[in-house]
Design a protein around this ligand. Sequence first.
Ligand code: FAD
Ligand code: NAD
Length: 395
Amino acid sequence: SSIPKIVILGAGYGGILTAQRLQKELNYNEADVTLVNRHDYHYITTHLHMPAAGTDSIEHARVPISKLIDEFKIDLVKSAVKDIRPHEKKVILEDGTLSYDVLVIGLGGEPETFGIPGMREHALTIRSINSVRLIREHIEYQFACYKNDSKASRMNFVVGGAGFSGVEFVSELADRLPRLCKEFDVDPGVVHLYNVEAAPTALPGFDKELVEYAMKVLKNKGVSLRIGVPIKECLPEGVIIGDGEHIEASTVVWTGGIRGNRLVEQAGFEVTRGRVAVDEYLRAPGFDNIFIIGDSSLIMSAEGRPYPPTAQMAMQQGVNCAKNISLLIRGKSLEKFRFNHKGTVASLGKGEAIAVVNGKKWKGWKAAQLKKAVDIRYLYKIGGIPLVIQKGRFF
Ligand code: FAD
Ligand code: NAD
């Protein structure tokens, strides 16, 4: 009989971990493994707020996939997935078709706009190398334009949503703006940076004391926090918030949440906000040959609440998924997935962060060192010492 064909869609946190573990686990010629990704690089999503604000280079946030996998063992296909057909066991790419016996969907999520008028059309989002390059250049361009037309709205910047992505990005941008002012000879007094959050608090659900600390850090950096005020509409020049107040701004970055990849819903799986409630082995309901991991999957905690989609979750799922695929093709019974929440570490710009690790709270400089350690650990995990040296940020 022919050897089983395994196709992995997406080389993000989940997909890379699955591919790397499979190449370790499988014996020679035990299966055919293909990894499909839109770009020939993996991006380190958890770093994207830095190149977006311009406080770090884009090259620090991406790695050629060929450096992460063994191309003798895994076929890398650089292409965009257009359609997943679970009943035909086929995936349609922009430039071809793949058939599979076992499929892993790790295509990540996409921005959730909740149908807010104008958001999709006018706001920028932090999702990929290309989207953050656009943010960075857009911001620099506003400074260049301002020196020519003095339009006040060019110096107003709105970040919509104060979840972890919003807070991490707004902190970086607050660090960058004074430097841009110097570079472009702009009076810092004309620059305004807003972070607008609908919930009664920033970082809803996170430790109160640490949220307060984070708010203090942001205020000291000059961020205008608008908490408990929803964005109602996004315009070409700004946002309408709360009871109709218009913040005029040429830059709106939306960090109001994410949902599953639209391809997953398009494939006919039952979804909640684009995410599939997978079974205890990470499989799509009704399909014992399709695994869904990362931001397009939905996992419930023991308390019956959905876990937030994180890199930590996607990586652990990738490890379990690879294990289960090898068990599946060997005809053995699968291992249940259990999420092990190690903690949360969020940066607040240079030298500042907040963290809860193993129930212990950290803030300030120590937490910032912890953040660096977490980032370096990831580089080490996927690429060993060489990757740590190439992409690590030690200072
Ligand atoms: P991703 O890592 O998003 O990867 C998806 C891959 O699929 C990408 O390579 C993409 O190019 C590819 N792809 C997408 N569509 C297609 C297509 N149609 N065809 C082909 N390829 C496609 N989580 C944490 O745990 N800790 C953090 O500190 C943290 N920081 C974050 C900071 C920021 C600024 C952001 C935005 C997120 C952060 N997260 C963090 C969340 C974390 O990044 C995500 O949960 C994680 O990336 C999800 O992994 P994934 O494998 O599902 O998808
Ligand atoms: P999120 O859903 O966690 O936060 C979005 C925020 O936007 C929420 O606070 C929400 O109340 C707010 N919001 C929604 N609609 C709004 C509106 N109309 N007006 C104003 N505010 C509005 O999304 P995220 O921050 O992008 O994070 C996505 C996932 O990635 C989460 O699971 C998060 O934990 C994870 N993440 C983790 C880290 C970290 O651990 N350091 C960093 C970034 C992201």
